[in-house]
Design a protein around this ligand. Structure first.
Ligand code: SF4
Length: 64
């Protein structure tokens, strides 16, 4: 399992994380990132890391 953290204060609602990992990230009515799961399943690890890299605000943390 990989733990996923988000910093909603940093998020600008650009949506790159949702495109990369739609089963892990969503956006609220204001477009701010919303976490659907706090621990990613093994098959989600690559897309979670991709989302963290894609976020232009470094709002996503991934910890093994
Ligand atoms: S990619 Fe980053 S800035 Fe964009 S919605 Fe996701 S967390 Fe927010």
């Amino acid at each position: 399992m990989v733990k996923v953290n988000i910093d909603r204060d940093r998020c600008y609602g650009l949506g790159q994380c949702v495109l990369a990992a739609p089963d892990v990230f969503d956006q609220d009515d204001d477009g701010i990132v919303w976490l659907l799961v706090e621990e990613a399943r093994p098959e989600q690890h690559d897309e979670v890391r991709q989302a963290a890299l894609a976020c232009p605000r470094q709002a996503i943390g991934v910890a093994d």
